[in-house]
Design a protein around this ligand. Structure first.
Ligand code: ADP
Length: 259
């Protein structure tokens, strides 16, 4: 039987060489991501949230420690991981249509043109972009472009969807719509999600577990459970006592980490 742990991070550290010697960005990071869960990583600015995500997805080598995905230590980006980044304007190819952008990783994996077109069309439908298949990124709003990036990430049926501040560049209303889209996709597809955000409300609203990072040299300051069903609403969830208590805990730990 498959283990319930999809991603296991054990005593990871990461140093960057600088003119003044090595800079220890991550001192000691350990946590687990269970299959089917949503885990949010928060922390003060410069805490190493992006560095953590890059180490966990094989985009950066760790200095010490181990990251295991699906039971195996990673080296490079594992199959089964897809990513959505903050800067949608640079992550989509402007010379390809929405459909072309979503088909690209499928074609790169050897999926036939016909099958890639079917899968990409379905994925665009799932993110609410039916009818926009032939639009180019520059013809779409920021929110729509980020939906294309989400459709592209989901088209390959990843086991783990990682997102780095995916909605930080969007206006508040679009951001809420996309948070709810992510929750709906999570419910429908059961994909495991790891999201990095500096927004504490977003972290608590989207996740089962919030990992709070300390200031550098960074460790895990606290792991906070969010004891709410995944059937969430921007109105009622955010007024529920369990949400408010979890938000309070996370905010208190972030404030403490900021010193
Ligand atoms: P966060 O996402 O929490 O704002 P980052 O992960 O972007 O933080 O960065 C954490 C720290 O590591 C910062 O001080 C940053 O300057 C440093 N850092 C990140 N990448 C590099 C790099 N390639 N070389 C040197 N320092 C880096």
């Amino acid at each position: 039987m498959a283990s319930t742990t999809l991603l296991k991070v054990t005593n990871v550290s990461k140093s960057f060489p600088t003119a003044n010697g090595d800079y220890l960005a991550l001192a000691d990071i350990s946590f687990e991501v269970q299959r089917g869960s949503v885990v949010a990583v928060v922390g003060p600015s410069g805490a190493g949230k992006t560095t953590t995500l890059r180490c966990l997805t094989g985009l950066l080598d760790v200095t010490t420690g181990e990251v295991a995905f699906d039971g195996h230590p990673i080296s490079g980006v594992p199959d089964g991981v897809a990513a959505v980044f903050q800067d949608y304007s640079r992550s989509l190819y402007p010379w390809l249509s929405a459909l072309g952008n979503v088909m690209l990783p499928l074609r790169a994996r050897g999926v036939s043109r016909t099958n890639a077109k079917v899968a990409a069309t379905e994925s665009l439908q799932a993110v609410g972009l039916e009818g926009k298949e032939s639009s180019y990124p520059w013809q779409l709003s920021g929110g729509m472009q980020q939906r294309v990036a989400l459709a592209r990430a989901l088209a390959c049926n990843p086991q783990l969807l990682v997102m780095d501040e995916p909605f930080a560049s969007l206006d508040a209303q679009t951001r809420m719509d996309l948070e709810d889209l992510v929750l709906a996709l999570h419910r429908e597809k059961g994909v495991t999600i790891l999201i990095v955000t500096h927004d504490i409300d977003e972290a608590v609203y989207l996740s089962n577990t919030v990992v709070v990072l300390s200031a550098p040299p960074t460790t895990v300051a606290e792991i906070v459970d969010v004891p709410l069903s995944m059937d969430r609403s921007q109105l009622t969830t955010k007024e529920s006592p369990a949400y408010i208590a979890a938000r309070h805990k996370v905010l208190a730990h972030v404030r403490r980490s900021e010193g």
